[in-house]
Design a protein around this ligand. Structure first.
Ligand code: FAD
Length: 389
């Protein structure tokens, strides 16, 4: 290593990091050595996963190939997962991306850095989930890791072609609702007749964190599609059975779990300042409040000055300011504050072809809303999809 060369380590190929990579492709300081640690050669764009479930998009439609972006940025790819950070020693610990032995052999145990950026997204922690819903780890189809979920869904479709399935979606936030609508559309058109669908909300109204107008539209849609809504809590899962807080049980072939995204457990003990929920605390520059050489964006972090919801829109918006600030930090220049938007456009797809939108108090729905969402999603993908050759 030449004197003066600095190591920039990017953890995760998430929504903000794809932008950081494309920016580094245009403007890479000669004295910056860049490594990306991420387990898959692609970034799955969650916004299009409901369309994949509906049968409208293919798997590759929903994936941004990361290798071309990494290559264009002049960076190295280490195919692994980060499994710990030693913020005081400025090192990130690695574990294998998958179960393959050959990967274990070549993986360095940890990587040093001068500058670190974390965009590894949310996780559903199997251990915490199991404490909350005994049986979930063995019996549920869990939405995260989304890369795994995307490969398991076709198996459900196969089963659904042989007999009518009963599907219960647990979790009535945007992800749960979109997946429910998508699953209903897919099995109605491609599965055996007579499939049944239930939404288990956890005791609240569907889309509870959204404006009333959007909620009312979601309820109407659920009713129109004959989807049963149970304002009850799932307290356990066993083969073929969902156990409910009210004491009753629901027969179910496919319990699809879309609740409770957590901060990764591996941040504990890193020495980084964390929020109560375990997310990396960052300031207006997306910079760790405890370690100025560490930055974070997306669902893995929490802004101290302006807390905002964790979703893909905010993760995408953080990309450009994160890239600016990583370059500024490297060059010892002043950092620029990032102002997350107060209002975002909420788009909930109801299967392919129909979607509900809200912006502040305004709301609307229709085929045109869906085409609008499809356009936004495809434009995002096109922006970061470079030729693979
Ligand atoms: C079905 C579904 C639909 C959704 N639809 C929308 C929507 O329409 N609009 C919206 O705003 N939000 C939506 N969301 C929420 C959205 O998915 C998240 O808020 C968003 O993905 C967060 O982006 P991120 O960059 O933080 O993380 P991610 O997109 O999760 O990216 C994290 C990256 O890091 C990698 N990684 C993970 N762990 C490690 C590790 N330990 N080490 C190294 N790399 C790692 C992953 O492979 C991935 O490449 C949806 C979620 C789901 C489940």
């Amino acid at each position: 290593m030449h004197h003066g060369i600095k190591k920039l380590l990017l953890l995760g190929g998430g929504h903000a990091h794809v932008h950081v990579l494309s920016r580094l492709a245009q403007q890479r300081p000669a004295d910056l050595d860049i490594t990306v640690v991420t387990p898959y050669p692609y970034q799955t764009y969650s916004g299009m996963v409901p369309g994949l479930v509906a049968g409208h998009y293919s798997e590759t439609d929903c994936q941004i190939p990361l290798e071309p972006l990494i290559r264009a940025a002049g960076a190295k790819w280490v195919r692994a997962r980060c499994s710990g950070i030693d913020a005081a020693g400025r090192r990130a610990r690695l574990s294998p991306a998958g179960k393959s032995r050959s990967q274990d052999d070549i993986l360095p145990p940890d990587l040093p850095y001068h500058l670190l950026s974390i965009d590894t997204g949310p996780v559903i922690d199997r251990q915490r989930l199991e404490e909350q819903i005994p049986g979930a780890a063995d019996n549920a189809l869990i939405v995260r890791p989304i890369e795994v979920f995307a490969t398991l869904w076709p198996q459900v479709v196969e089963q659904a072609q042989e007999r009518a399935l009963s599907v219960a979606v647990i979790g009535a936030g945007a992800a749960g609702l979109e997946l429910l609508f998508a699953a209903e559309q897919c099995l109605r058109t491609r599965g055996a007749a007579g499939a049944r669908f239930t939404l288990i909300t956890g005791g609240v109204e569907p889309a509870a964190s959204y404006p009333a107008g959007l909620q009312a539209r979601v309820l109407r849609r659920l009713k129109r599609l004959n989807i049963t809504v149970l304002r009850d809590t799932c307290v356990g899962l066993a083969p073929g059975v969902v156990k409910l807080g009210s004491g009753s049980e629901l027969a179910c072939d496919v319990p699809l779990l879309a609740i409770g995204a957590h901060a990764p457990a591996w941040l504990q003990g890193s020495g980084l300042a964390l929020s109560e929920s375990g997310h990396v605390l960052v300031n207006e520059f997306q910079q760790s409040t405890s370690h100025p050489e560490v930055f974070a964006a997306g669902d893995v972090c929490a802004r101290t000055d302006r807390p905002h919801p964790r979703n893909g829109v905010y993760a995408v918006r953080a990309g450009p300011p994160l890239a600016d600030n990583l370059l500024a930090a490297h060059e010892g220049q002043p950092l620029k504050p990032h102002h997350p938007p107060a209002n975002t456009l909420n788009l909930i797809s109801c299967g392919a072809g129909h979607a509900i939108a809200s912006w502040g108090p305004l709301h609307a729905e229709g085929g045109w809303v869906w085409r609008w969402k499809d356009h936004i999603d495809r434009a995002f993908m096109a922006r970061y999809t470079l030729p693979t050759a």
